[in-house]
Design a protein around this ligand. Structure first.
Ligand SMILES: [Zn+2]
Length: 68
């Protein structure tokens, strides 16, 4: 991997497909931007699922809720 990612290691580096252009993680479920930047440690996050990725800290705004 030749990509420059600010996070420390392979295991904690974010999936580039789930990062917004300005550096925020996107929810792996609905694709919404989360309040967390890619360099935010996962221990400091709400809604991060280990092995899956960041999800919306307050729950996904799904189609049912009319926000998606
Ligand atoms: Zn979501």
């Amino acid at each position: 991997m030749a990509m420059e990612i600010q996070a420390g290691c392979d295991q904690c580096s974010p999936n580039p497909e789930f990062v917004s252009p300005d550096g925020y993680d996107l929810c792996v479920h609905c694709g919404a931007k989360t309040p967390y930047k890619t360099e935010t440690h996962i221990d400091a996050r709400i809604g991060y699922v280990e092995g899956v990725g960041q999800t919306c800290p307050n729950g996904c705004k799904t189609k049912e809720e009319g926000h998606y």
